[in-house]
Design a protein around this ligand. Structure first.
Ligand code: RB5
Length: 145
């Protein structure tokens, strides 16, 4: 089973806790890098704490939540080796695993409710990369400098 790292700013704090409970019920090992309260904080700090754990290979996949999912997605995608996908629907969560081999899911807690968010998380974590040659080629092109 994948090791999951999760982080959020104050906008995503409550949803983060719901996602953690959900994943622990399913038996996942989850590393929570904060934030640990609803006090205002800076989303890039928590996005980078998540990406650090992926880059170091301590964890396999990451989930980052802020108000919109946009700021954390922008931050995460600056990091080499990170393919962060902002998903607010189940189709995108499946497609980004199949086609982009995304290793980080980002969501906005002010955009989706918890029911949909958990379906998105499940879909993201349960979908394997297609491993089709055209998708491997395109994913490799993302990393080309
Ligand atoms: C915080 O108010 C908000 O800006 C943040 O959660 C996020 O939406 C940024 O992209």
């Amino acid at each position: 089973m994948d090791k999951i790292v999760i982080g959020a700013d104050h906008g995503g704090f409550e949803l983060k806790n719901e996602v953690i409970s959900h994943l622990k019920e399913k038996g996942y090992e989850v590393t929570d890098v904060g934030t640990f309260s609803a006090d205002s904080c800076d989303y890039p700090v928590y996005a980078r704490k998540v990406t650090d754990k992926i880059v170091s290979k301590e964890c396999d996949k990451g989930i980052i939540i802020c108000g919109t999912g946009i700021g954390v997605s922008m931050t995460a995608n600056k990091v080499k080796g990170i393919r962060a996908a902002l998903c607010h629907d189940v189709f995108s969560a499946e497609a980004t695993r199949l086609h982009n081999d995304a290793n980080v899911l980002t969501m906005g807690a002010r955009v989706v409710g918890p029911g949909l968010a958990l379906m998105i998380v499940d879909t993201f974590l349960n979908t394997e990369f297609s491993n089709e040659s055209r998708h491997i080629r395109r994913v490799n092109m993302i990393e080309d400098d």
